[in-house]
Design a protein around this ligand. Sequence first.
Ligand code: ATP
Ligand code: MG
Length: 302
Amino acid sequence: MNVIETNGITKSFGKQQVLKGISFSVKKGEIFTLLGENGAGKSTLINILTTLSKPSGGFAKVFDHDLQQDPDQIRHLISLNSQSITLDDEFTGYQNLRLIAKLLGITNIKGRIDSVSTSLNLTEFINNKVSTYSGGMKRRLDIAASLSADTDLLFLDEPSTGVDPKNRLEIWKIIKELRDQGKTIFLTTQYLDEADRLSDRIAFIHDGKISLIGTPQQLKQQAHHRQQIMVPQASIKLASQALAAKGINFNIHEQAIELDEANLQLALKTLLTADIMINETTPIDLTLEEVFLNATTEDPEE
Ligand SMILES: Nc1ncnc2c1ncn2[C@@H]1O[C@H](COP(=O)(O)OP(=O)(O)OP(=O)(O)O)[C@@H](O)[C@H]1O
Ligand SMILES: [Mg+2]
């Protein structure tokens, strides 16, 4: 079942077209990550999907409700942890959470606050003023506030930006626990390792479009552009000469011949013709970072 479906979403601010036709769907119970550089349009898309801003064009459904026609229905079914922290510094953590719980009309306020503050490790300083919190503590309190409504769909806009590594691991753990409870998480990040470690699926947003989408594993495999050929060590020199004579681009790395996938057939044929034994041919796994760079680097010939 799809919790979110978008079709051709566009958004312009004046003459600047930030989103140029975004289509994807998010399945129930997955951690779906929108990965993109600063200014790629992640928050713009989150604002649209959470009904805070209207798209310039296209359609979207959240829990089968049309974004344009039923925004009020959608608002009751989602929570948003926005990129800028929305806490009152002069209140304690507890007072902030109580205010939000009251606004949401939650009945068992104390029970709910105890539950969210325990799961985010906030109990120790929940009665201190927020002005005394560190950035990571504030971020966790802000996430706790967005969990108050206990909705099945949660939008987290860069939840770990500005958070130290230890607290980031805590936040990842909480996000996974929420997913394991059956909630759907729509996350944005500019951190590749975060997307890789946390996501069930990742969508790269670049130049206003989704340039790649898939599981972290699929994305890494999808981009198998390089192959390596293993030959006996004694044949490396001869192999290099044979490939160079055919004008094939390659490089030698740790006794393997590495080359573009497009040249693989010709290279194998060349080596066999030169009577060189081939031990193994394997695709080279790219890191998510390399996939990301490939997807975001403009083709100079375009
Ligand atoms: N309300 C607005 N008015 C004008 N331009 C806007 C507005 N909101 C966003 N933009 C522009 O749209 C582009 C995308 O911004 P957005 O905040 O969606 O990026 P982002 O991917 O969330 O970046 P970051 O990682 O820095 O949070 C930017 O060029 C930004 O200046
Ligand atoms: Mg943003």
